[in-house]
Design a protein around this ligand. Structure first.
Ligand SMILES: [Zn+2]
Length: 94
């Protein structure tokens, strides 16, 4: 993991407590932090010779659709689901 992304991950923890949702972009990754999950998604490369950073291109035909570029579409994404805290008991344990 690049150092810049690690710094963004470390900086996102205190922000997570105050913000409902947060999205940061660093080079080829996007970090999304929400109270229920943390996601690290790949982004298109700016220096990609095929898409020039657009992430894909339009394919003509009867049903025009966007084709995703391989510089980001086949890279893995990381998703961590955050479980809710258990309910605090109303009675003291003793
Ligand atoms: Zn590309």
């Amino acid at each position: 993991m690049p150092r810049r992304t690690a710094l963004l991950l470390a900086a996102s923890v205190p922000l997570m407590a105050t913000a409902a949702a947060l999205a940061l972009r660093a080079s080829r990754w996007e970090l999304y932090v929400h109270r229920h999950r943390i996601e690290l998604k790949p982004q298109p490369r700016r220096s990609c010779p095929d898409c020039q950073g657009a992430g894909g291109w339009w394919v003509d035909g009867a049903n025009p659709e966007m084709e995703a570029c391989g510089c980001w579409a086949y890279r893995r994404e990381l998703r961590v689901r955050l479980l809710p805290l258990p309910a605090w008991p109303d009675e003291p344990p003793f």
